[in-house]
Design a protein around this ligand. Structure first.
Ligand SMILES: [Zn+2]
Length: 226
């Protein structure tokens, strides 16, 4: 019997063999197509930036590259939380910006919040990241047009205490000290930093971006050098 079974198996060719084994040509084709589709849909392995985000305990989803209205967004992620601090709404941003924000949250925002406010920051309220537009008052495109910038207005502690750039930046209390501390810290990490004393457009938020420059405009510009 064993010899006969072996002979039958070896003797069958092509579709006949498949039919004999329960694999009709149709099923074989379907499985092949599904396998190829699965290979095509498999996500690419995470790049070094996204691997770093995971190391910083950032909650994010990858965003496919896209172009729209003359703006292009590359290597972006949608972030809902940096370490201990949730974003008020999930925000799309370049992975490079997300990585700097996660470093800022972990090494500057939380230590300053615990030391100065006595409580960690639980929510960072932002006013947006991506906007396909030109820079305010300029002709070049804004870093927001590449999702390479974020505007942040309020920090909320886990005791639901709110620290607002609008209300507290110009004060002399602990909330002002907290904002000054994390704003100056941001200047060591981001390419561009703007705040309420930069110009009227930033009266209610910090603007951080990863532009190819290095400026920190948190203090009033001296009119003598303007
Ligand atoms: Zn901005």
């Amino acid at each position: 019997m064993a010899l006969r079974a072996k002979t039958e198996t070896n003797g069958m060719q092509g579709p006949k063999a498949l039919a004999g084994s329960g694999w009709s040509p149709v099923w074989f084709s379907v499985v092949l197509v599904l396998l190829l589709a699965a290979c095509a849909a498999a996500p690419p392995p995470p790049g070094p930036c996204r691997a770093e985000l995971a190391r910083y305990d950032v909650a994010f989803e990858p965003v496919p590259d896209f172009s729209s209205g003359g703006c292009s967004v590359r290597d972006a992620v949608k972030v809902s939380r940096f370490g201990q601090a949730k974003l008020s709404t999930p925000a799309m941003m370049t992975c490079e910006l997300a990585l700097k924000l996660s470093e800022w949250e972990a090494t500057m925002v939380q230590p300053a919040a615990k030391r100065i406010l006595g409580s960690p920051v639980a929510v960072i309220h932002h006013y947006g990241t991506y906007a396909c537009r030109r820079a305010t008052g300029g002709s070049r495109m804004s870093e927001h047009a590449k999702a390479n910038a974020i505007d942040i207005g309020v920090f909320e502690t886990d005791r639901h205490e709110k620290v607002s750039v609008t209300l507290h930046w110009k004060g002399r209390d602990k909330k002002a000290e907290f904002l000054k501390t994390i704003g100056q810290g941001a200047c060591t990490l981001f390419g561009g930093v703007l705040g309420p004393d930069s110009d009227r457009n930033h009266y209610d938020h910090f603007h951080f971006d990863m532009g190819p420059y290095d400026f920190c405009r948190l203090n009033p510009v001296d009119p003598r050098v303007r």
